[in-house]
Write a protein that binds this ligand. Sequence first.
Ligand SMILES: Nc1ncnc2c1ncn2[C@@H]1O[C@H](COP(=O)(O)OP(=O)(O)O)[C@@H](O)[C@H]1O
Ligand SMILES: O=C(O)C1=C[C@@H](OP(=O)(O)O)[C@@H](O)[C@H](O)C1
Ligand SMILES: [Mg+2]
Length: 174
Amino acid sequence: MTQPIFLIGPRGCGKTTVGLELARLCQSDFVDTDHWLQTHAGQSIAEIVEQEGWESFRARETATLEAVAAGAGIIATGGGIILSAYNRQFMREKGIVIYLCAPVPVLVERLEASPEEGQRPTLTGKPISEEVSAVLAERDALYREAAHHVVDASLPPAKVVQNIVTALHLACAS
Ligand SMILES: Nc1ncnc2c1ncn2[C@@H]1O[C@H](COP(=O)(O)OP(=O)(O)O)[C@@H](O)[C@H]1O
Ligand SMILES: O=C(O)C1=C[C@@H](OP(=O)(O)O)[C@@H](O)[C@H](O)C1
Ligand SMILES: [Mg+2]
């Protein structure tokens, strides 16, 4: 692997889970932009958003993306990374971008089981089921615009990983 692989998609599609497993299989480095950002800030995303607002978080997210993309590993991004045209173009030019695509009911079920509110403060103030539907309707076209490949993320993690390995012709164990 000579360039980074960016995993994009909505909250709950499995970017962090699949990214970790893919990195393990391919013996690659793994970075999660949300984890990196929170560790370096010494604050959770919920705290940053509460104290400084979403715009400040988005600026930090872009700085994080630039910082972590120097290597050639697997990069799990946050669900809103594609809101910035700069980020979309940066990822496309710098590496391979994969959209983990899953339908609303699957995302809602996962997020209700594992809300991780410190990392996922509300985006709309609506209940999860309404929020996921509204946000995906706004962002699906942006995920597709940014992506080189779209994979079905409703499958079990190991299967999603395998489909990425196949789509990218990666020389990893299977
Ligand atoms: N392919 C999958 N099948 C079943 N559950 C999954 C899958 N991918 C992720 N999950 C679960 O969904 C939740 C959110 O996953 P996560 O990797 O944090 O998503 P993201 O980083 O895209 O927001 C976690 O509880 C995780 O275990
Ligand atoms: O969809 C979003 O706008 C966000 C998704 C979160 O990441 P995950 O997609 O890993 O949950 C995190 O970056 C932040 O709460 C914003
Ligand atoms: Mg994540």
